[in-house]
Design a protein around this ligand. Structure first.
Ligand code: TYM
Length: 337
């Protein structure tokens, strides 16, 4: 089970705190699949992270399994990549605690996600929400990951992970590999369809703003038809992130879905109205997601196969993570058992 190939390592994950969104697909999963052959990959369902916000237990279990099926339906092959449930590998919480002791109160206070989530969950600003970044650092550092493919909003968390790792290495020598974020050129920040100044988010209160990857085609088409375009007088499809955030967001989605450049999209819709454009984007997304939804449903019908995948994933991940954890315990001075 050694990393015999000496491939570079990738780790990434998504919290099963809501249904998977088009944003997570374009910002993260699409790249996971693209990089899977070249790297030794670890992709997890980050269930430990998701309880920083209250979850309904039955929903959390269902979403964790559905998310795993969706990872595979998007193209991840469990024979090549290690797919696992974060809570199945206790080393995450074990290293998370150690790293808590090498993470500063001040740096955690500056985290954008902490500020956003505490504003949204003012009645539950728990310690887990605050120390979230050191658990995420543990996720990454346990596998000595070189690369962390994520959307733009997670860049700050990968940066603090590097800071924590450097601080630890500064005291104990080269224990951890310093990871780099890998952020896509198109799709790093997919915005809400109804309020394009905000990120598309699975926890959005307005369901019209967010497209889910397992959503029915007719709902997807309807959401795109209702998407906010811009109130400029120009009425043409042109990329201008600040001046035309709605149209630019739809162009980003279309570009990521069909692989066309912005110039090609502008030419395609030259002289045509926003209505035509929105329908075309909706149809393109339906076609992009259709095979993923169908394959996810097929996989979900075979629970014992899914269980065999996450058990094997936990075995492999646990082995690799255990090696790093033992090294860390030794370095900090814990008496061996
Ligand atoms: P999470 O669960 O919020 O999001 C999962 C991934 O999807 C990306 N993403 C987006 N990309 C573009 N546009 C959007 N609108 C959009 N919404 C979400 C996110 O950037 C992310 O890559 N902390 C992580 C989960 C995590 C993790 C890790 C990631 C836990 N441990 C270790 C990497 C490595 C999170 O909350 O992602």
């Amino acid at each position: 089970m050694e990393n015999k190939t000496q491939k570079k390592v990738i780790l990434s994950g998504i919290q099963p705190s809501g249904e998977l969104t088009l944003g997570s697909y374009l910002g993260a999963i699409k790249n996971w699949v693209a990089l899977a052959d070249e790297y030794d990959c670890y992709y997890m369902m980050a269930d430990l992270h998701s309880i920083t916000v209250r979850q309904n237990p039955a929903d959390l279990r269902r979403r964790t399994l559905t998310q795993m099926a969706a990872y595979m339906a998007c193209g991840l092959d469990p024979k090549k990549s290690t797919i696992f449930v974060q809570s199945h590998v206790p080393a995450h919480t074990q290293l998370g605690w150690v790293l808590d002791c090498y993470t500063m109160f001040g740096e955690l206070s500056r985290m954008t996600q902490f500020k956003d989530k505490s504003a949204k969950n003012a009645d539950n600003i728990n310690a887990g929400l605050f120390t979230y970044p050191s658990l995420m650092a543990a996720d990454i550092l346990l596998y000595q990951a070189n690369l962390v493919p994520v959307g733009d909003d997670q860049k700050q968390h990968v940066e603090i992970c590097r800071d924590i790792a450097s601080r630890f290495n500064g005291v104990y020598g080269d224990v951890f590999t310093l990871p780099e974020p890998f952020i896509p050129k198109v799709g790093a920040r997919v915005m809400s369809l109804t309020s394009p100044e905000n990120k598309m988010s699975k926890s959005d209160k307005d369901p019209g703003g967010c497209v889910y990857i397992l959503e029915k085609p007719e709902d997807i088409v309807r959401k795109f038809k209702k998407a906010v375009t811009d109130s400029d007088t120009e009425h043409c499809v042109r990329f201008d992130r600040d001046g035309k955030p709605g149209v630019s967001n739809l162009m980003t989605i279309y570009s990521a879905a069909v692989g066309k450049t912005f110039a090609e999209i502008e030419a395609e819709f030259d002289g045509r109205g926003y209505g035509d454009f929105k329908s075309a984007v909706g149809e393109a997304v339906v076609e992009l997601l259709r095979p993923i939804r169908e394959e996810t449903e097929r996989l979900l019908a075979d629970k014992s196969y899914l269980e065999s995948v996450y058990r094997a994933g936990a075995e492999k991940a646990g082995y690799v993570a255990g090696k790093t954890l033992r090294k860390v315990y030794k370095k900090v001075g814990f008496l061996p058992r």
